[in-house]
Design a protein around this ligand. Structure first.
Ligand code: FAD
Length: 481
């Protein structure tokens, strides 16, 4: 049976090393700043047992166990759609605000399992390792995070050229049991609340041929000795009535420091293999599978932004103005384009080159939305800000409505279609998404979650078949008559 929220939460009490400011958090489940996000994660696990969602969120694996649908190996177009439905139902539980919910990493692990041959090219044992790992994650319904990038020290230099080349994660030595690694990786969202961390598949600057010590892919428990998580400033506001999103969905981002961490050989997927590490992400179709989840999630988030913008406009009676309607209409179109791209990718799914009995969503629409979300999403936030005017700022501090000023505030903060109390709830929601720290982090997430948007878009141009495109206009270059 799939894991419950309670079992997931109890699993986090494992001695992991999590740092928050100047103190080590002994038990993440007791940390007030983490309570909302852990509660939301537990609710996602519980949804797998809820008869309203179980059919979408889970499937029965050939072993007879119930696994999350995000690990379903799609053997038909319908299976691809089934995965998509699971991504949507999951995202709706968090309004798309927890980008690294467990289905995200599962969406990456599934293509890695399908393309397990890729990992066995140099060392056959690594193929088996990926296959075993997929089985482990499925049967225990684990929650994974990942850390792909080397620290941001001096991006003008290659990883081994910076002043201290030991800063980036690298091999220190080998033992019979495994490889000992040290150094750091960024940026593991959800890491304090995850069971395992995957260090893999390099989407950043390619490694040089002589940078073998940095060319690794593996997965280990978060609670592995020597693995330290350094959390950013929490953005949640436990107990506040002014931060309905931040208190529920602050999924936390952590810098990961490895101090002589032993990676067992059976958890190694690529080892000192520069070529495979540089190319694995794209070569295994991981990019496309991940984009299926992320584009679906981002669409649900776009729908949240649209709902908030229209609610704000209705509340203060600006919804009838042409300029406001035009902006809200723009949001409708942006959300619809995203939704259509997902539907098109599922409809046009095709056999996966790694195993032609399995299917992969069509990449083009998904990658287009992935490339445009860093522009779509900030625009949606800007529209919420424009439509709100001063209302976004003119919100009294938390707990005002439970103080002696309640009656006065209820009268003077009233709006066309809302009491003072409700109007402040609406604008608190809008501020949480479009103004405050939580909202700013969400914006930065949508800009960078899939990698550097500038290089991603440039890469789309680089992979364009220009010759075929130019052939379509060749006849226009021939002088007539
Ligand atoms: C909120 C958030 C959550 C994240 N969660 C995760 C996660 O869960 N797991 C994970 O692995 N990563 C995560 N990331 C990291 C994300 O993958 C990176 O932010 C992204 O790949 C960009 O890398 P960077 O941050 O090092 O920026 P950099 O690569 O340092 O880029 C900074 C700026 O410099 C420019 N630049 C840098 N190098 C070049 C170059 N060679 N050529 C041209 N321009 C260049 C970029 O265009 C950009 O404008 C997260 C990031 C954010 C913001």
């Amino acid at each position: 049976m799939a894991r419950t929220g309670k079992e997931y939460t109890e699993g986090l009490r494992d001695g992991r090393e999590v740092w928050l400011g100047d103190r080590r958090v002994d038990d993440v489940t007791l940390e007030p700043a983490f309570a909302g996000a852990i509660g939301s994660m537990a609710a996602l696990y519980d949804a797998q047992h809820d008869e309203r969602y179980a059919a979408d969120l889970t499937f029965t694996h050939s072993s007879g166990e119930v696994w999350p649908t995000s690990l379903l190996i799609p053997e038909s177009v319908e299976d691809v759609r089934r995965r998509g439905r699971a991504f949507r139902v999951g995202a709706e539980h968090t309004h798309g605000l927890m980008g690294r919910s467990p289905d995200f990493m599962n969406s990456m692990l599934t293509p890695m399992r399908i393309a397990s041959d890729f990992f066995g090219q140099r060392e056959p044992a690594y193929q088996k390792n990926i296959e075993n790992y997929y089985d482990l994650v499925g049967s225990q319904n684990l929650c994974l995070t990942h850390a792909l990038l080397n620290p941001q020290v001096d991006r003008s230099k290659s990883v081994s050229e910076v002043a201290d080349p030991g800063l980036a994660l690298h091999v220190v030595r080998e033992t019979d049991a495994g490889a000992v690694v040290s150094g750091a990786r960024l940026l593991a969202t959800l890491a304090p609340f995850a069971d395992e961390i995957v260090v893999a598949l390099h989407p950043g600057p390619p490694l040089r041929a002589d940078e073998e010590d940095y060319a690794l892919a593996f997965a280990i428990p978060v609670a592995t000795p020597g693995l330290r998580l350094v959390c950013r400033e929490p953005l949640s506001h436990p107990g506040s009535d002014r931060h309905p999103l931040a208190t529920r969905y602050d999924e936390m981002d952590a810098f990961v420091i490895f101090d002589e961490v032993l990676v067992p050989w059976e958890r190694m997927f690529l080892y000192r293999d520069v070529e495979a590490t540089n190319t694995a992400h794209r070569a295994t179709n991981t990019t496309t599978f991940a984009a299926h989840q992320t584009t679906t999630r981002a669409t649900v988030k776009a729908e949240l932004a649209l709902a908030i913008a229209t609610l704000v406009a209705d509340t203060i009676g600006v919804d009838g103005f042409l300029g406001v309607q035009e902006k809200l209409g723009e949001m409708v179109d942006l959300a619809q384009i995203m939704k259509s791209a997902v539907a098109g990718a599922e409809y046009n799914a095709k056999p996966n080159k790694w195993d032609e009995s399995t299917f992969v969503p069509d990449a083009d629409g998904l990658l287009a939305v992935r490339g445009l979300t860093p522009f779509f999403y900030p625009r949606m936030v800007e529209i919420i800000q424009q439509v709100s005017g001063s209302g976004l700022i003119n919100v009294p501090a938390a707990d005002s409505m439970s103080g002696p000023m309640k009656e006065v505030l209820d009268r003077f903060y009233q709006a066309r279609s809302a009491s003072g109390d409700r109007r402040l709830a609406v604008f608190s929601l809008a501020w949480d998404l479009a103004g405050d720290g939580f909202g700013s982090r969400q914006l930065q997430y949508e800009r960078f979650y899939a990698g550097d948007p500038t290089r991603l878009r440039a890469g789309r141009y680089a992979s364009l078949d220009k010759r075929a495109l130019h052939e379509t206009i060749e006849h226009l270059l021939v002088r007539r008559g």
